[in-house]
Design a protein around this ligand. Sequence first.
Ligand code: URP
Ligand code: ZN
Ligand code: ZN
Length: 468
Amino acid sequence: MTHGRTVIRNGLVITAADELHVDVLIDGERVVALAATGSPEARAWQADATIDATDCYVIPGGVDAHTHMELPFGGTFASDTFETGTRAAAFGGTTTIVDFAVQSVGHSLREGLDAWHAKAQGNCAIDYAFHMIMSDVTEQSLKEMDLLVEEGVTSFKLFMAYPGVFYSDDGRILRAMQRSAGNGGLIMMHAENGIAIDVLVEQALAAGHTDPRYHGEVRRELLEAEATHRAIQLARVAGSPLYVVHVSAEQAVTELAQARDLGLNVFGETCPQYLFLSTDNLAEPDFEGAKYVCSTPLRPKEHQAALWRGLRTNDLSVVSTDHCPFCFVGQKDLGRGDFSKIPNGLPGVENRMDLLHQAHLDGHISRRRWIELACATPARMFGLYPRKGTIAPGADADIVIFDPRERYTMSAATHHMNVDYSAYEGRQVTGRARTVLSRGAVVVDRGEYLGHAGHGTFVPRATCQYLH
Ligand code: URP
Ligand code: ZN
Ligand code: ZN
């Protein structure tokens, strides 16, 4: 339920910019004031409800800019619906997702976007927005890009991988980039050389290499780096900005760093699975490695240092989940005996905020950088700031009371995602969302779900707020 006025007292408010001992006043769906804890101003606030955040952090709700609820892939569908996936996100302290609507080949962007609105509307626990996957770059779909930007779908994902499904060749990519240079849209790139990868897949299978670990071997680091380099050069030719999704290889980070050193509007995203998991997981016996099949693939552990460094230097500026869950039983096992038939994707929408807090405790990033990577920068990158991604007067009251001392063990037995395994099974973390507010309404409190499907609304987005 939305309260009239709520005050959050005695917490440490952490944003990307500040760490302040202030109380927060919420009126309806918005934050209306911040004032020093114990100050006459804060003490004078009258409210209908008070949340005591003593010994807790008060942080903006997470913004997960890369999810795939109900994504059709490899003959099946991602197992989280908008209802189950956004509820799980809320449990994990994420209060906004940006999901990918899909244009199918032979269909318009409008048809794809309408279909995704129909899936999401009335079902979400938290607010949501859309990117558009372009699978068919035509004169018609290029024109439609302008309309979508106007209605708040301001980013477009293209694929250099998956020939015959989502793949676009360089000419189509260049045309889409040229269009986005004119209309303010942001091109998001799945940067892997899918044509070369398909040759290696065929050769691996012919040699009898059918286990999940070969998924990682054929999707070579160099083919991620090469595609990243090519995408950057195409964006330079088009004069458009570029956002490279799910970066996993050190060599791809190097390409991004070089582009950024030239002052280009090139941005990189990585995901928790690349920071915390590795090819060791893909090599787990008895087909268990299938749980970790995603693209770009997990890399050898040695790549993680480069990803953490990129997150500190801002060559990587966003951590999203690429949440795309498939159950081990009945979905991942479509690829027993042929790794290329394992649906690609990992669950994680519930785990991101806590894993990144753990990364702070482990010394990889500061507390404010945690909030910057998980809340503020994704909000700015995708035109949601300052409504989302911060705690300030006028912002939506999407707020998490985060207990930095609660220790727990991640497990499929206790998580809320609709998937039969956890990619982080048995991992102990310290720090957890205790109370979660979405537009002023408490949707999760101490492990209890208090929200409802349909509370979450579609948020039209402005264009990228980082362009120069
Ligand atoms: O393996 C992945 N990443 N699945 C989701 C689709 C994509 O490419 O993001
Ligand atoms: Zn992708
Ligand atoms: Zn994805």
